[in-house]
Design a protein around this ligand. Structure first.
Ligand code: DC
Length: 212
């Protein structure tokens, strides 16, 4: 037993779950972990060392040596690393190692917000609050497109949309821990919501669970 309050947030790529997780963590003074970064860090280390992405043995060794304190979102957010991450994320032994690292993080006091694909279903099935965030692929692609354009980059909407659909398919159809809402998750479809409305809605759900 421990006294940590855990908020688990799952959902597909670009659903807004990361932003919600960060804002909830800030609001409550909780620790935040974007679990996707742990898969990205493994993919990055393999790419960086010029190692193949299809060797589970190598990926496990990298995962076992992961340092959560060194996860750098700026470096890890590239498209290439995202693809590498989704390849290592289908490996069961890699998942086992990373899930343990994430569970350890979930014990931090006073509480944690962890976002990913399998947090409410596998990593923290006893989380105090579970949220499952979705939005249509078109809206998610548009948000990602705008993000890139607003930060001065170049982007192709159709290519982003195609990529989101491929990643959804890979994440939802994988045998080990596929992306799906936990039975007791609160579903939040943000297709027609601003991020502010989504945050206020998520906040109301968390407050209700806290007062139970
Ligand atoms: O959310 P993201 O794009 O940073 O995730 C990168 C990849 O890692 C993505 O393909 C799904 C995978 N992932 C996972 O399998 N389980 C998690 N809890 C988080 C991410």
């Amino acid at each position: 037993m421990n006294n940590s309050f855990t908020i688990a947030i799952d959902g597909p790529a670009a659903s807004g779950k990361g932003t919600l997780a960060r804002r909830l963590a800030e609001k409550y003074g909780f620790h935040h972990l974007d679990s996707g970064l742990t898969y990205r860090a493994v993919g990055h280390a393999l790419l960086d060392a010029g190692l193949p992405l299809d060797s589970e043995d190598l990926a496990v060794i990298v995962a076992e040596n992961l340092d959560l304190g060194k996860l750098d979102r700026t470096i890890l957010s590239s498209h290439e690393i995202g693809n590498a991450a989704s390849k290592v994320a289908v490996m069961s032994r890699v998942r086992e190692v990373l899930v343990e690292v994430q569970r350890e993080f979930a014990r931090k006091e006073p509480g944690t917000v962890i976002d990913g694909r399998d947090i409410g279903t596998v990593v923290c099935p006893d989380a105090n609050v579970k949220l499952y965030i979705t939005a249509s692929p078109e809206v998610r692609a548009n948000r990602r497109y705008k993000e890139i354009i607003d930060s001065g980059g170049e982007a192709d909407y159709e290519a982003i949309l195609a990529d989101i659909k491929i990643r959804d398919e890979r994440d939802m159809s994988r045998k080990d821990s596929p992306l799906k809402p936990a039975e007791d998750a609160h579903l939040l479809d943000t297709t027609e919501m601003s991020i502010e409305t989504a945050f206020q809605t998520a906040l109301a759900i968390v407050e209700e669970e806290q007062n139970r």
